[in-house]
Design a protein around this ligand. Structure first.
Ligand code: IPE
Ligand code: IPE
Ligand code: MG
Length: 225
């Protein structure tokens, strides 16, 4: 049986889920945000230590301005209402990605959520926002240059946004596409990968449970025999 310390999810398919019902894409993002709460609670309940959720990529700024604006507002709203749940469930909040691009009010919400859950000792929920692996790696390289020390794998890992978290054990992508879209490339070097056609708003604890069962029974060799 494999341990599952770090689960990462590419939450894809919100827009298609809404459009299939003749609704605006924003309706799918609302439903997707609700599902974040449900899946987070379930992951904490079954003892996962770190849950990283891909919410907004460095490439997602290319979307129409009204969708980007909506997502930023949804994120602030989501943090305000999720804080209470996180505290109740003893879940610590963290982020990865470059926060410098966000509005001051969104940065404040992020900081407030981190601060208010800093004492929590259960699972850590990590939201990836304005996150891209290539951007993260480039920022880490610049830190290494500034520090002027040759990197080792371990030292380089400590310069990434994920410095405080272990490598990914299991990476799930919903929404049917089989690609990583610039998510945790370094950290997923030995992750087990699972792609499901289920769209994120419909991804359920039951499906997650079944995926984890399959993961538990996979032989992870890490190059050994
Ligand atoms: C994922 O759903 C959420 C974000 C990228 C913000 P999408 O918005 O990509 O939904 P689809 O893939 O277009 O259905
Ligand atoms: C990946 O979804 C990013 C997030 C889920 C936040 P996208 O919908 O942006 O990915 P591509 O563009 O289909 O690769
Ligand atoms: Mg998508």
């Amino acid at each position: 049986m494999n341990d599952l310390n770090h689960l990462a999810i590419i939450m894809d398919g919100n827009g298609r889920w809404a459009q299939r019902q003749g609704k605006e894409r924003s309706f799918g993002h609302e439903k997707g945000a609700k599902n974040v709460v449900e899946i987070t609670k379930y992951a904490a309940k079954i003892g996962i230590k770190f849950l990283t959720l891909y919410a907004f990529s460095t490439e997602n700024w290319k979307r129409p301005k009204n969708e980007v604006d909506f997502l930023m507002k949804l994120l602030a709203r989501f943090l305000k209402s999720e804080r209470k749940t996180l505290k109740q469930e003893n879940i610590k909040f963290d982020t990865i990605g470059d926060m410098s691009k966000f509005s001051q009010s969104l940065k404040d919400e992020i900081e407030k959520t981190k601060k208010e859950t800093a004492h929590c000792t259960g699972m850590t929920q990590i939201i990836a926002i304005n996150y891209g692996s290539k951007d993260e790696i480039a920022r880490a390289v610049n830190k290494a240059i500034t520090l002027g020390k040759a990197v080792t794998e371990e030292y380089f890992s400590a310069l990434l946004d994920t410095a405080d978290f272990p490598d990914v054990d299991l990476l799930i992508r919903t929404g049917g596409d089989k690609r990583l879209s610039n998510f945790l490339l370094w950290q997923s070097a030995y992750a087990e990968l699972y792609f499901t056609n289920t769209l994120w708003p419909e991804f359920s604890p039951g499906e997650l449970e079944a995926i984890i069962l399959g993961y538990s029974n996979t032989a992870r060799r890490f190059g050994s025999l």
